[in-house]
Each structure stands twice: as C-alpha cells, then as structure tokens.
Design a protein around this ligand. Structure first.
Ligand SMILES: NC(=O)c1ccc[n+]([C@@H]2O[C@H](COP(=O)([O-])OP(=O)(O)OC[C@H]3O[C@@H](n4cnc5c(N)ncnc54)[C@H](OP(=O)(O)O)[C@@H]3O)[C@@H](O)[C@H]2O)c1
Length: 234
C-alpha cells in the first residue's frame, strides 16, 4: 500500500525539517509548510534528489486565518496519511509584560491553527479509514512558566486536545499522538532573540534523534511521547 502524503508544518527548520527527512526516507510523499518559501524549496529539492519521493511545498503563515484555510483546502485534496502539527512559537518573556498582540499571535499558531489542521486531517483519516496525527506540545505543557504563560498554556491545550481526540477515536484505527519534547537545539530560542544555550549542553536532544524516537513510539501506539536523552541511544 502507498505510504500516502505526510504533511509537516514548521518544516523550514529544526524539528519539522528533521521529520521531513525521516519521513521521506521511509517513502512518504511530503507536503512541507512554513512561511520561509526559500527554505522549504531548498529542503524539498534535497529530499527529492536523495529519496525520489514527491515533495510539495506550501508557504503559509499559520497565524492568519486565510493561510490556515488554504492549507485546510489543500489537505482535503491530497491523500494525507500523516500530519505532524509542529509549527510553533515561543513568545517567551514575563507573561504580564509581553505585548498582548504577541501572545495572541502565539495562540493563533500554537492553538487555533493546530486545532483546525487536526480536525481537517482527522476528517480525511476517517474517510480513508487510516492515518496518524502527531501533535508537538512541550514538557512545558506540564508546568506553569513565569517566563511564558501563554506558551505553557498553549502546550497544555495541545496535550489535552490531542488526548481528547484520541479518546474519541479509540478503536478507529487512526493513530493520535502528542509529543512533549524537552530542550532541542533548533532555531526556537534564537528566533525569540534568546541564547541557544539556556540549558546545560547535556540536556539537549537533537532534532534527528527526537524525530526517530517519536516515529518509533507512534508506530508502537504510544499516546504521550516524551523523548528523553535515552532517545539518543535508540
Ligand atoms: N526547541 C525546543 O527546545 C522545543 C522544546 C519543546 C517543544 N518544541 C516545539 O517544537 C516545535 C518546533 O520548534 P523547533 O524547536 O523546531 O523551532 P524552530 O526551528 O524555530 O522551528 C519552528 C518552525 O515553525 C515555523 N513557524 C513559526 N511561525 C510560523 C507561522 N506563523 N506560520 C507557519 N509556520 C511557522 C517556522 O517556520 P517559518 O519561520 O519559516 O515560518 C519553523 O519551521 C514547536 O511547536 C515548539 O514549541 C521545541
């Protein structure tokens, strides 16, 4: 059976780009989504050349309703078998002083877009009788954060929204998984003007090791996936 198309949001860097490479290596066609079209195109060209899979790109700002709607329409038109809802932003800084607009923008991406895209993918999966959803939350879903209330709250939403979907779809053959990464060396921190090394070097998991660990755990059927340093040894 064809592997179908894996859709990855936030594929222009970090964890999303690692998932793209791993999934292309497994024979999935890909739809890569992010704002930076040049990055997406470069990755698509590389993966087409290396693996021979079909790779489509869609430049979209998931903080806008129009672009989310464009992606929903695209999802409805392709044989999507896997969605990795990975695009996310931090907006870190004291919750009481970070501009309300910044925190609203975070919620549009981390919560609203993720919700709409999850629903669009699940509709496809139900019609096809198969498919998997992998939503990327964070260990911050489990704790309050004086330096990121909207971020920690958004990831708690992702955790509970995804687990609720899984309850509803139990026995359907559709895989629903949520990932709680700890620190990963990506552009996540520098994109917010923060140091890349706010945690001890030894606490970071690489994006590649994280993607590998998540795909193994999802195949096994795990609900809440917490890749740890042990992932490096898998
Ligand atoms: N790095 C960590 O330590 C860590 C830990 C726990 C959880 N996470 C989660 O992992 C996910 C991926 O982050 P990362 O670490 O790989 O960081 P990253 O390298 O900064 O990647 C973030 C991705 O999201 C995309 N993105 C950001 N805003 C977007 C928007 N408005 N519309 C569409 N795409 C957008 C970015 O692409 P463009 O800029 O091209 O749009 C980029 O591809 C996030 O959900 C993050 O919360 C990360």
């Amino acid at each position: 059976m064809s592997m179908g198309t894996a859709v990855i949001t936030g594929a222009s860097s970090g964890i999303g780009a690692a998932f793209a490479a791993r999934l292309a290596g497994r024979g999935h066609d890909l739809l890569l989504v992010a704002r930076r079209a040049d990055r997406l195109e470069a990755l698509a060209a590389q993966l087409r050349a290396e693996t021979g899979v079909g790779v489509e790109t869609l430049a979209a700002d998931l903080g806008t309703a129009d672009d989310v709607a464009r992606l929903e329409a695209r999802l409805a038109a392709i044989p999507v078998t896997l969605l990795v809802n990975n695009a996310g932003v931090g907006g870190l800084g004291a919750t009481s002083t970070v501009a309300a607009d910044v925190q609203e923008a975070l919620l549009r991406i981390n919560v609203l877009a993720l919700t709409r895209l999850s629903l669009a993918a699940v509709a496809q999966f139900r019609a096809a009788g198969r498919g998997s959803l992998i939503n990327i939350a964070s260990v911050m879903a489990l704790m309050p954060s004086a330096g990121g209330g909207a971020y920690s709250g958004s990831k708690a939403y992702v955790l509970n929204f995804t687990r609720s979907l899984r309850l509803e779809l139990a026995g359907s053959g559709i895989g629903i998984h949520v990932v709680l990464p700890g620190p990963v060396k990506t552009e996540f921190f520098s994109a917010q003007g923060m140091s890349d090394s706010i945690f001890p070097e030894s606490s970071y998991v690489t994006a590649d090791a994280l993607a590998d660990a998540v795909l193994v755990a999802a195949e096994r059927g795990d609900e809440v996936i917490v890749p740890s340093l042990a992932s490096e040894r898998h």
